[in-house]
Design a protein around this ligand. Structure first.
Ligand code: KIV
Ligand code: ZN
Length: 526
């Protein structure tokens, strides 16, 4: 049971190191609605670096100016991690990627091409010989910039084995140091995936000097199992993402991979360099910046992951924790939910509490957070750590917002029309509008839309509670869809309607950030 409760980071001679390659900022960000701003990407990268992630895939530099800039800035700031950029098997992609990772102490170019018959025929319309030629040319070009080149066979698990081996051999010959075998569509099963990795390691010349990597998608819920099966078969790098974020059903969850390796060292003779006590913080940060809630029963980082509800379980855990706990909550950085100061608490205690929760705020942000904490303590009898986290997360997320909710009054109930009067702060200018709607939320959103006209459609409206009790803060998620892209905003308050307005406005701010510098009330109108 959690036999290696000690920190597994130091080298362990009897175990082999598994390299953790995080793709939260690339594959994760590709997932609809998970768009992050420049500052949010830097914040995530900083935490991943501190947590001990070996390689951070920071983005896809050719995809947009924004992606290029964030990869470059992350490369500039990284302290320990290798910073990697993604590039298709095209010279312009690779050149752009090389430019973006240039400031990194250690940079990697990750280039890929579809190898399966489906990808060859329908996506690219090229034959096997052309794929092989592109593998060689792209890897060689990448090697002209850096010694650290990763090559991926997209849709590897649906590629003919002989052809896949020829591609891998060509990549190694051209200079690839890491070869990634993605289960792009999440189709493989653990036995099958292990056999595939084993076959490649055994058959391909040069395999002995190459690091093999897994990149498993979770369409059948098998991403983590497949990745670990790949490691058992010889892979020594796992590509994964915090909270399992990624295309469609997501990627293998970083926290699950790391804790499975740590907890089951008895059957998996491996270790990672991750400081596992930072996993909860990482999960919360990624959830906040993407506004993707974490499923309550999600392994390792879900709210219920260490909660024991039934009498028998509670009794057992109180008598001896290992009766029902295979890992300690502390090992993933989970702290007892504790009561925070009340409305009489001063600035000093508040700052100390924030420090304990892992927040360092600048003077202005601290003052704003303190004022909001006082207001919350006035309305809410018990203020818990989770309340403070929601409050400060919102403060950080909205620090650069151009639209803010200044005031809201709503008339609702059984009789009469539902009416909302909202005042928005548009870069310092206040504008008020009154609107009606089918319900109070609809009326509130209509009023916002009247002040900031836009074509975006509401794709998701979701309400949750930060803690328990009728005075709990509501946490609202709003997803807006515009031009085929989605953005997600989050807002919290003891008043569900205020939280809803904040979430909607937060999503609008993300749209604004994506669209450029025009005035808020005009830029979304087209
Ligand atoms: O899923 C996939 O195949 C990918 C590649 C770009 C590595 O994300
Ligand atoms: Zn992927």
């Amino acid at each position: 049971m959690d036999s290696n409760r000690k920190d597994p980071t130091p080298a362990q001679p009897e175990r082999e190191r598994v390299v953790i390659f995080d793709t939260t900022l690339r594959d994760g960000e590709q997932c609809p609605g998970a768009t992050m701003t420049f500052d949010e990407k830097l914040e995530v990268a900083e935490l991943l670096d501190e947590m001990g992630v070996d390689i951070i895939e920071a983005g896809f530099p050719i995809a947009s100016e924004g992606d290029f800039n964030s990869v470059q800035e992350i490369a500039r700031r990284a302290k320990k991690a290798v910073i990697c950029g993604l590039a298709r098997a095209q010279m312009k992609d690779i050149d752009r990627c090389a430019e973006a990772i240039k400031p990194a102490k250690r940079g990697r170019i990750h280039t890929f091409i579809g190898t399966s018959p489906l990808h060859r025929k329908y996506q690219m319309g090229i034959d096997e010989a052309e794929v092989l030629a592109r593998v060689t040319a792209s890897v060689a070009r990448a090697r002209s910039y850096t010694d650290d080149v990763e090559w991926s066979a997209m849709d590897a698990t649906r590629t003919e084995h002989d052809f896949l081996c020829r591609c891998v051999e060509a990549a190694i010959k051209a200079g690839a140091t890491t070869v990634n075998i993605p289960d792009t569509v999440g189709y493989a099963t653990p036995d099958e995936f292990a056999a595939l990795i084993r076959m490649i390691v055994e058959r391909v010349p040069g395999a002995e000097r190459t690091v093999f990597s897994t990149h498993c998608h979770n369409d059948l819920g098998l991403a983590v199992a497949n990745s670990l099966a790949g490691v058992a078969a010889g892979a020594r790098q796992v590509e994964c993402a915090v909270n399992g974020l990624g295309e469609r059903a997501g990627n293998a969850a970083l926290e699950e991979i790391v804790m499975a390796i740590r907890t089951r060292g008895d059957v998996m003779p491996f270790y990672t360099g991750i400081d596992t006590t930072m996993l909860t913080r990482a999960s919360k940060l990624v959830s906040r910046v993407t506004a993707f809630p974490v499923q309550y029963n999600k392994a390792i980082v879900g709210r219920n992951a260490f909660a024991h509800e039934s009498g028998i379980h509670q009794d057992g855990v109180l008598k001896h924790a290992e009766t029902f706990e295979i890992m300690t909550p502390e090992s993933v950085g989970l702290k007892e939910s504790s009561l925070v100061m009340g409305k009489h608490s001063g600035r000093h205690a508040f700052r100390e509490k924030l420090k304990e929760l892992g927040y360092e705020l600048g003077d202005n942000a601290f003052e704003d957070a303190f004022i909001r904490f006082k207001a919350l303590a006035d309305r809410k009898k018990h203020v818990y750590d989770e309340d403070l986290e929601a409050l400060v997360d919102q403060e950080i997320a909205s620090a650069h917002d151009r639209i803010k909710v200044a005031a809201l009054t709503v008339i609702a109930g059984t009789g009469g029309p539902k009416k909302a009067t909202i005042t928005l702060d548009l870069e310092g200018r206040h504008q008020t509008y009154e609107a009606t709607g089918d319900g109070p939320v609809d009326a509130t959103f209509n009023a916002i839309k009247a002040i900031v006209p836009h074509e975006a459609k509401l794709a998701l409206y979701q309400v949750g509670a930060v803690t328990e009790g009728t005075d709990a803060q509501a946490e609202v998620t709003v997803r807006l869809e515009a031009d085929g892209k989605t953005v997600t905003g989050r807002g919290s308050d003891t008043d569900t309607l205020v939280a809803s307005a904040r979430a909607y406005v937060s999503a609008l701010n993300k749209l604004l950030a994506r669209e450029g510098r025009r005035k808020p009330e005009s830029m979304l109108a087209s």
